[in-house]
Design a protein around this ligand. Structure first.
Ligand code: GUN
Length: 287
């Protein structure tokens, strides 16, 4: 069996068209466009690329983009003062502070300072609590994109056995909550899990979010399973730098029913679900 490839880029493009189409309607009603603020502290090259592409996508879809690039030497107080200013700015519906922050800055304190109504990243403890309570809060972008891809591939997820490998606040935990909310039976695996291959082998849905190149081997995958690969690691292969996921794609594609590629799977969805969250936040804010 060779898996069908889940085309995240095509799905994200479709979502982007819907978002772009909704913005003139919002503007006619609210008298302004949805506004997204993205904050970068320091000069991490990967973060610079992400932040630039988020701003570019917001503008492309017709939103207002507010970009803040602060020096590596920014203090906690200066960053908190900026967050307070963005919280108070009515033109801004969504605030994203790009992580990781430089050493010495307390990411949790910064994220917690964001107005939960503008927490388009879904990282505020209030957003996590709303999700766990089944209330309509902001859902972090990567897990939300994964759920959209899973439902587009499988339809209803109810009753399915799912494993999430990874328990981060950004991805693993909200992913597990979203699957649970759709009535999956969810296992959360992590670095201390015993017999990971055996547990992965039982799952109809495998979500890999560990950040370790090709750690989940193809032979672990249950035949016909749906595999969502969130990892992106840059490795050297045959003398060339290559982007790979957490899943051994070449092995898994022979066993899975459907699988996301890296790149071109979850990645394009993450940026589009951020845009989706910004528009949702804008609508909720104007009532
Ligand atoms: N760094 C890598 N991914 C993310 C994300 O989804 N949100 C934020 N704020 N930082 C990130």
């Amino acid at each position: 069996m060779t898996a069908s490839i889940i085309d995240g880029r095509a799905f994200a493009d479709g979502l982007g068209r819907k978002i772009a189409g909704s913005i003139p309607i919002f503007e006619a009603y609210a008298g302004r466009r949805p506004g997204l603020a993205v904050v970068l502290v320091g000069t991490d090259p990967a973060s610079e690329v992400y932040v630039r592409s988020k701003g570019r996508m917001a503008r492309k879809l017709g939103m207002e983009s507010f970009e803040y690039v602060l020096p590596e030497t920014t203090t906690q107080d200066e960053l908190l003062a900026l967050v307070a200013r963005l919280n108070a700015d009515d033109r801004i519906d969504g605030i994203l502070v790009q992580l990781p922050l430089p050493k010495g800055l307390d990411a949790l304190a910064v994220v917690t300072a964001i107005d939960p109504a503008k927490d388009v990243d879904g990282l505020h403890p209030m957003s996590a609590g709303m999700l766990a309570s089944g209330l309509p809060g902001m859902v972090s972008c990567t897990p939300l994109g994964c759920i959209m891809l899973l439902e587009a591939t499988l339809g209803s997820l109810a009753g399915r056995d799912a494993i999430v490998v990874g328990r981060s606040i950004l991805v693993g935990k909200p992913m597990a909550q979203l699957l649970l909310a759709r009535d999956c039976t969810v296992t959360i695996a992590h670095s201390r899990t015993r017999d990971l291959p055996g547990k992965v082998a039982q799952a109809e849905i495998v979500v890999a979010a560990v950040g370790a190149a090709e750690m989940i081997r193809g032979e672990w995958i249950r035949p016909g399973a749906t595999v969502i690969d969130i990892g992106t690691s840059r490795i050297e292969r045959d003398g060339r730098k290559t982007l790979v996921g957490d899943v051994d794609f070449a092995g898994a594609v022979e066993r899975a029913g459907a699988i996301t590629p890296v790149p071109g799977g979850v990645g394009p969805m993450t940026i589009m679900t951020l845009m989706h969250n910004a528009v949702i936040a804008a609508h909720r804010r104007v009532g």
